[in-house]
Design a protein around this ligand. Sequence first.
Ligand SMILES: [Zn+2]
Length: 397
Amino acid sequence: MRMQVKFLNGLNTIGGNVVSFTQGKTRLVMDFGVNFAPSETPTGDLLANGTLPDLPDLFTDVSSEYETTIFVSHLHLDHMGALKYLTKPIDVYMSQASADLYYVLTKLGIESAPYANIKVIDFEKPTSFGDFEVTFFETDHDARGAAAIRIRNGEHTVVHSGDVRLDGPHPERVNHWADVLRDENIDLLLLEGTEFSFDEANDIAHERYTEMSLQQNFAQILQSSEQLVVINPYERNIDRLVALQATVQANGREMRWDHQFATILLAVGMTDVKEIDWETVLAQPGHYVIQNHFNQLHDLDQFNGDYVYLHMNGEPLGEYDPRFAELSDYLTNNDVLFCSLGVSGHATPDDLVALAQHISAKKTVTWHSFKPEKEAKALREVGLNVYLPTKGETLNY
Ligand SMILES: [Zn+2]
């Protein structure tokens, strides 16, 4: 029996990377994201133009010759955004923390995938699917519950790194799975390369922030400002939200969340979560930190520009999103400085090279990057065997 590893999408984009593993009638698909799909575009067009992975039986009424199972390494849209396009019931495995978050996002209507049958797979518990065995390893990325995934067919081992960083709060998790895989002499490593996407010239000016330095910078701003502080973080980075509230409290202020964030935080087990009450905040703005989603930007009108605005990887995330210009115009018109306190969830190029070198797979594929060839070159320079597949290409193991 042979396992066919097919690269379906995301070979030179950041995210939307999809690979399938097929053996006999069993087909495993991981991850299941899309990069950018305007909501009004019909599914058929997204399939035809390659936004969705080329798996027509999952997105149309074409019947399937396979028993398909989907695996989601973490709950970012570029890794699970295609679930909502499914047209038949499919089991979708994710970690417990991802499933908890997915449940509340669905309850709030932020996610809706009626055919995704969500199932939990525990970390480091090898689980059989046909002739395959799949194991999730807890990792460090800016999404709680993120995993690296190992796939075996009894003979060969392939690993999907998922998104990963080594200067986050939990490098020991990454070092652990890297140690396990090094000892197993794996055949194929699919390694993300996000941070290879950018030009070095820009990088020199760009200081690398970490989750820890973000909290330090945040504390400093809280100490030096007497104004209301407004933060715009991303609702799926639960661990950062927990840390932000702790920093707020340690600096003598109180944290107030909007209804969606408060609902999510309560659902994932955070205590002492308080929703915004504008009257109390207006009475003593300098005592509070409020979280603001772009959807409710105009809630800030009532403060007449008298606040500090800290962007912390919330929506809109970057200039590619037209709402980003709207946000910066709004702040400029209100004489508010746009202050960016973002942190990358992705390993530095040096860390990626060290990680790949440590694991030393027989073959490494670089993807999830605008410049996979740049990552490939760096890995070849340290003696690794690197392969750059094309979209739709299949490797046999
Ligand atoms: Zn990603």
